[in-house]
Design a protein around this ligand. Structure first.
Ligand SMILES: Cc1cc2nc3c(=O)[nH]c(=O)nc-3n(C[C@H](O)[C@H](O)[C@H](O)COP(=O)(O)OP(=O)(O)OC[C@H]3O[C@@H](n4cnc5c(N)ncnc54)[C@H](O)[C@@H]3O)c2cc1C
Length: 482
């Protein structure tokens, strides 16, 4: 029952496919890759998140390596779930023209052990049998470990508690009722859900219970369309450079105020959190125009009382809701679960792990792409990347998290740029700068190459400060701890 391969990749989401793309640049046709995922197909979280999810950035930069989309739509088009999943299938087909790939869906990695000649990976297959894979290299591309959300557990029997992952809010029982809808949450899922409900049922009562509120980056500004692409807006890399220049590891409150006045979009009167979601002014207008009530508080429960049904809120306040209301759980996915620490590289260097306890870049797709390159180039040990425990930082300071993520990315990308051939960056189609025409991209690259060494000490200080202030792991990998 044992399998042998040269590379085993666990996780067939965007991170896993970027690792696979990179591996295919180094392997020959006679070398074998086994791709394992517990889900039933390629696509990662896109397989089972809510049906009306769309990409929030223009589709071309959501890809594996530099594989082009075959969608044939305007480049600003925001691909829907089906189109994203089709693109995953297309990426896999493109990559398998170069390598021998064995796909194992319904398999779950249970443990892995580094040996003298590679790694033994123990999995459980779809029928529950234990299977062992012996591989030269293992890449665990878990990303944020997003899993579908369940409905909120509520005391009330008079409301419908649903999760968008199991109940399409545009259809079914919800479409046969005209009871009010309460969207619980203030992030991307909440915006997608409010937008879907408001456009599907014009005139229906829709309310938002928005927690502390969320700032979104403005799509109109960061991805301007038409002629604006040539001279308007701000590229995300220029913005990231500015964020890193201003952030010193202590001033997240000031950073949030700065960002609020700088091309951010929000549905709520107050907000402290930037969670890297993207929204357009048109979407904001549609949602704001269709909302009855926006409440800045957190839901604790919904309870039935003698004469009313009440939302009980964290502040101690209560709000009466109509019996039969729909309570839609949009409280987010990215921060669920308590996962054990694991370093991004194993002691022997045969395993790379892309997850939130030892993050090296802002997005999992980027981490998988660049760490896999470093692994195949034999430079994983030589490049002293910083690791940051995002799970711990989320608990300690949601406000500092996005700024620390950008500092981490800027710092590590600077180290990587000095260690890998230029082709590695040239083939990275994930780069948001690709939205802009060639001359603006070049300007960004030249600026980065000219300044990244100079900025290194400041970035390191900011990251060290974050680590010390919040007591979270943030620094060069300590392999002794591995
Ligand atoms: C609602 C929502 C909307 C989003 N929208 C966008 C967007 O518009 N644009 C964008 O860039 N990003 C978006 N994101 C972020 C998104 O998570 C990433 O862009 C990306 O798709 C994540 O890819 P990933 O491979 O890191 O993780 P995943 O897609 O979660 O893939 C990881 C895979 O690893 C598998 N796995 C994990 N552990 C094991 C194990 N032990 N054994 C076997 N398999 C395992 C999982 O089954 C999963 O398929 C969104 C996130 C959410 C939650």
């Amino acid at each position: 029952m044992d399998d042998n391969c040269d590379v085993c990749i666990v996780g067939a989401g965007l991170a896993g496919l970027n690792a696979l793309f990179v591996a295919s640049r180094y392997l020959t046709r006679d070398q074998k890759v086994i791709l394992v995922d517990r889900r039933p197909r390629v696509g990662g979280m896109w397989v089972d998140t809510y049906p009306y999810v769309r990409l929030h950035q223009p589709h071309p930069m959501f890809t594996a390596g530099n594989i082009a989309w075959t969608l044939n739509r305007d480049r600003s088009y925001l691909a829907d779930k089906g189109e994203v999943l089709d693109h995953f299938t297309h990426c896999l087909a493109e990559i398998t023209t170069r390598i021998t790939l064995d796909e194992r869906y319904g398999w779950t990695l249970e443990s892995d052990e580094e040996t003298a000649d590679g790694v033994h990976v123990t999995c459980r297959d779809a029928s529950g049998d234990v299977r062992v894979i012996r591989t030269g290299r293992l890449i665990k591309a878990y990303g944020f470990r997003v899993m579908p959300n369940d409905p909120l557990e509520l005391s009330s029997t008079r409301v419908h508690s649903v999760s968008p992952d199991h109940c399409d809010v545009r259809d079914g029982e919800m479409s046969r009722s005209d009871a009010p809808v309460w969207v619980i949450g203030g992030g991307k899922t909440a915006m997608d859900t409010a937008h879907a409900v408001i456009t599907r049922y014009p005139g229906r009562e829709v309310n938002l219970l928005a927690g502390s509120g969320t700032m979104f980056t403005s799509r109109d500004h960061f991805f301007p369309d038409g002629a604006q692409r040539w001279w308007g807006g701000t590229s995300l890399s220029s913005w990231a450079a500015e964020v890193c220049r201003r952030f010193d590891g202590t001033n997240e409150e000031e950073m949030a105020r700065w960002f609020l006045g700088y091309h951010s979009i929000s549905l709520t009167p107050r907000t402290r959190h930037l969670m890297l979601g993207v929204l357009s002014e048109a979407e904001r207008k549609t949602i704001a125009g269709g909302l009855n009530d926006v409440v800045m508080d957190h839901l604790v429960d919904v309870v039935d009382r003698a004469g009313s049904t009440d939302l009980v809120l964290r502040s101690g306040a209560t709000t009466s809701v109509q019996a039969g209301s729909w309570i839609v759980n949009c409280t987010g996915y990215l921060t669920k679960g308590d996962h054990p620490y694991e370093p991004y590289m194993s002691a022997g260097g045969a395993t790379v792990s892309v997850q939130t306890r030892s993050a090296t870049l802002h997005f999992s797709s980027y981490s998988a792409y660049f760490l896999t390159h470093l692994m195949f180039l034999g430079k994983l040990r030589d490049v002293p990347l910083y690791e940051l425990d995002l799970q711990a930082l989320w608990r300690e300071s949601k406000q500092a998290l996005p700024f620390a993520m950008f500092a981490l990315a800027q710092y590590n990308l600077g180290l990587i740029a000095d260690a890998v051939p230029g082709k590695v960056f040239a083939e990275c189609g994930l780069d948001f700068n690709r939205w802009y025409p060639w001359h603006r991209r070049m300007a960004g690259t030249v600026r980065f190459m000219a300044t990244h060494r100079r900025e290194r000490a400041h970035l390191r200080r900011s990251l060290d400060t974050v680590g010390e202030r919040f007591g979270v792991r943030c620094g060069p990998l300590q392999l002794a701890q591995a």
